[in-house]
Design a protein around this ligand. Structure first.
Ligand code: SF4
Ligand code: SF4
Length: 626
């Protein structure tokens, strides 16, 4: 067992990974090992495949005089900046395409073409419509939905020339962005321009490539991601606090277990409706099960956990392991972070896998396409087949490794405001009084380069002990939840000031604020705090951290958070080390431009020290006690 402790701090992961090996199943950790040693050129970001005169490689040490330029003459700075910009564009495209799919659903709800979907938060629909200058008087919700979706479509194009939500930023930040010419003009436009600029022979100045990459990231943070969050709330309901459970122990031996995985709640919403249907429950009973148990993985899991308190079975590195329990009848995936290995693992068990998006198909996974028009029908088909699959379970292979851990979730911006009595003032007062020293977003993925969940949990524990309130999104939530940090009782691990505030409000010191697109909620809070205090965001005692990030989306998030003025510590080095200029810019030079930069620190204990020192510096800047 001891060897499994090297992979994860979580008992359920360690035990299930051991069983996976006994069952002969290869996992992400095994493939990670086989990939060693890593290519030093790719690691440093100095390999280029942008055109077929290459591929080219630059010596990252700079010692080999014959390897200073690619065939076209691009040097390490150009190649690293181009590769980095393309990663950021891919992240922005992913979140934004997710947002676009939600706009389509909202439009079709308005048109009566999306059976099963509805507008759950009409108050928010009207509030967001107002932000888009839509006169909501004397028109019905369906017409508002149509007008709002059409207005949001314009954010994607070049029709407006400026994103609507960008004006949520404080005026000082907007003036800075205007001066730097990084205000996003259209979501798709910025991603498309990144691809153009980084084509051979277009932008060959690392600084201007990076500044555009920042604009592209802002198009995600204040565009694609923010639209995704707001529309998910409108269509599926704005999250409210409540309790649920987390880890592989949420799977039930005597139930049909169905997992939903990916990012977009559009599919899981319909699956959620189908599993509650009386006929489906009767069918499950007829097959010998006590009922149907729905649970989530990764960010689709976060979406349904936030809104419906449906339990969360695991994060990124546990998606393969969920099947090793032998009790999962089906996994239904939408898109992003779905390992192509899942179909292979399913061959060893009875689990049926379904892909649902026409843009995300996988080997050995059955494709059942969901559209706004047919989603309800398809959800019932899949749930019925999953229930029928219960009888194929091999009872001798069942292994549920742990009991579930209780967690608290649902901290949308609206919920936080309600807890605080309608405004951020109590939070500001607590920060001013030094009861809460600062606020830090701990976000992002798992990555086999870091012991699973160690980066998240160790960092969060040290921050809360220093009276720093933590907001978590994405896979960091599962780590925090499993460690018990998302329960009000975790206040006992907090410093005296934070403990007092959490006790008064009956909240945990580490708040679950959503999925990865919901980092936009953290941005909304940062903007509102800055506006309320009357300073720019970079003056606030706040920071961000992505201790175990792996995804291009996480890098995009890091960039829009940094460009918003928030110091951000990454636990894994991005592939930029081959350019001294780009590395220095990212880790220090950007501070002179945006008032914030990135840092890279894999050790969460050292990362906590960096962040705490940053919070102290910002408090001093505001004349607050430290
Ligand atoms: S763009 Fe230049 S550096 Fe990149 S592959 Fe082509 S020739 Fe090589
Ligand atoms: S946090 Fe990272 S790994 Fe987890 S679902 Fe989001 S992007 Fe994927």
């Amino acid at each position: 067992m001891s060897e499994y402790k090297d992979f994860s701090i979580c008992k359920d992961t360690q035990l299930t990974l051991k069983k996976a090996h006994e069952d002969g199943v290869e996992t992400v950790w095994d493939r990670f090992k086989k990939q060693k040693p890593r290519c030093k050129y790719c690691k440093a970001g100095v390999s280029c495949q942008i055109c077929v005169m290459g591929p080219c490689r630059i010596d990252p040490s700079g010692k080999s005089k014959s390897k200073l330029y690619g065939v076209c003459g691009a040097n390490a700075d150009i190649i690293v900046a181009r590769n980095l910009a393309r990663m950021i564009a891919a992240g922005a495209a992913s979140h934004s395409d997710h947002g676009r799919d939600l706009i389509e659903i909202l439009y079709k709800i308005g048109k009566g073409m999306a059976p099963g979907y509805a507008i759950k938060d009409t108050v928010k629909l009207k509030r967001i419509a107002k932000e888009y200058d839509i006169d909501t008087k004397n028109i019905g919700n369906e017409e508002i939905a149509i007008r709002l979706s059409k207005a949001m479509m314009k954010d994607f194009s070049m029709e407006k020339g400026r994103l609507t939500f960008i004006d949520r930023a404080p005026k000082q930040r907007l003036e800075l962005w205007e001066k730097l010419d990084v205000i996003p003009r259209g979501i798709d436009r910025e991603t498309s321009e990144t691809m153009h600029r980084t084509h051979m022979g277009v932008d060959n100045n690392h600084m201007s490539i990076l500044l555009h990459a920042v604009r592209n990231s802002l198009a995600d943070g204040y565009g694609g991601s923010m639209i995704s969050t707001e529309l998910s709330d409108i269509i599926f309901g704005t999250p409210k606090p409540g309790f649920s459970e987390v880890n592989l122990g949420v799977l039930k031996e005597d139930h049909v277990n169905i997992l939903v995985h990916g990012h977009n709640p559009a599919v899981s919403e319909m699956i959620g409706q189908a599993v509650e249907d009386k006929k489906m429950i009767q069918l499950a009973k007829a097959k010998g099960a006590r009922g149907v148990n729905l649970a989530g993985l990764c960010c689709t899991g976060n979406e349904i956990l936030m809104r419906k308190k449906i339990p969360l079975a695991g994060n990124h590195l546990m998606t393969e392991l969920s099947m090793v329990t032998g009790v999962v009848e089906s996994i239904i995936v939408d898109y992003q972070c779905i390992m192509p290995s899942l179909g292979q693992v399913a061959q060893c068990y009875h689990t049926r896998l379904y892909s649902t998006s026409n843009k995300a198909k996988f080997p050995f996974i059955e494709h059942v396409e969901f559209t706004p028009e047919n989603a309800k029908e398809q959800a019932f088909k899949i749930v019925k087949e999953s229930i029928e699959n219960y009888t194929r379970r091999n009872k001798d292979r069942i292994f549920i490794p742990a009991s579930p851990v209780k967690n608290m979730t649902g901290f949308s911006v609206e919920a936080i405001l309600e807890i605080l009595g309608g405004s951020l003032n109590p939070l500001i007062d607590a920060i001013k009084a030094g009861k809460i020293k600062g606020v830090v977003g701990v976000v992002g993925c798992n990555n086999p380069k870091i012991k699973q969940d160690y980066g998240h949990v160790e960092l969060i524990k040290r921050l809360i002990a220093n009276d720093i309130l933590v907001l978590t999104t994405g896979c960091a939530n599962v780590a925090a939840g499993k460690a018990g940090l998302q329960m009000p009782e975790a206040k006992e691990l907090a410093g005296p000031g934070l403990k007092e505030v959490c006790g008064l409000l009956n909240i945990p010191p580490s708040l679950h604020v959503g999925s990865c697109v919901d980092n936009s909620r953290i941005i909304v809070i940062a903007c509102a705090l800055a506006n309320a205090i009357g300073v720019d965001i970079d003056k606030l005692p706040i920071a961000g951290a992505a201790p175990e990030w792996y995804s291009e989306k996480a890098l995009t998030i890091a960039f829009y958070v940094m460009a918003s003025g928030i110091y951000t510590v990454l636990g894994v080095m991005p592939p930029i080390g081959g350019s001294k200029k780009v590395t220095e810019l990212a880790t220090s030079g950007l501070k002179d431009i945006f008032g914030a930069c990135l840092a890279v620190e894999p050790d969460p204990i050292k990362a906590a020290k960096l962040i705490t020192a940053h919070i102290v510096e910002k408090r001093k800047g505001l004349g607050l006690s430290v």
